[in-house]
Design a protein around this ligand. Structure first.
Ligand code: T46
Length: 135
């Protein structure tokens, strides 16, 4: 199967005071950060995402609790559990994503390489398949 999911295992810079993870663009993150947002207080039965992006590349890290990310490139679909502060999942453009099974205390931080643009979203799975077959 063609690899379309990239997981980044961040180095934990721990010392006797506690733990620290540092994310630096073009060092351990393959893009320049233009936007940061975080997702929390998600109701447990809710499915978030259900869209793809035409230009946006992102990295998601679970800072607390857990949730499942379903990623789909139009040919393959994989589910990845995010439940560690030192594990990031890269979500490239042209990938359909769904997020589910949120724990009550789940906090997801997302680093993004573009500012927010509602026109960058593809919200229909059929449209997504047409789009990626024509890019
Ligand atoms: C993604 C997944 C992982 C803003 O005003 N600014 C922002 O930067 C974002 C991300 C969202 N919004 C507004 C748009 C909606 O009214 O916040 C509301 C919730 O956003 P949305 O329903 O798109 O949230 P998710 O969790 O379904 O998707 C988000 C990101 O939008 C999306 O890019 O890849 O997280």
């Amino acid at each position: 199967m063609q690899k379309f999911i990239d997981i980044i295992d961040f180095e934990i810079k721990g010392d006797e005071k506690g733990s620290l993870i540092s994310i630096e663009e073009h060092i351990n993150l393959p893009f320049k950060i233009k936007r940061v947002y975080y997702i929390y207080n998600t109701q447990q039965k809710v499915i978030r995402g259900l869209h793809a992006h035409k230009k946006l590349n992102q990295l998601a890290i679970c800072l607390n609790g857990s949730c499942d990310f379903v990623l789909d490139n139009g040919k393959n679909r994989e589910t990845i559990k995010l439940d560690r502060k030192d594990k990031g999942i890269l979500i490239q453009k042209n990938i359909w994503r769904e997020m589910k099974n949120f724990s009550e205390d789940c906090v997801i931080m997302v680093l993004a390489d573009q500012l927010y643009d509602s026109n960058d979203y593809i919200n229909d799975y059929g449209e997504f398949l047409d789009y990626i077959n024509n890019v």
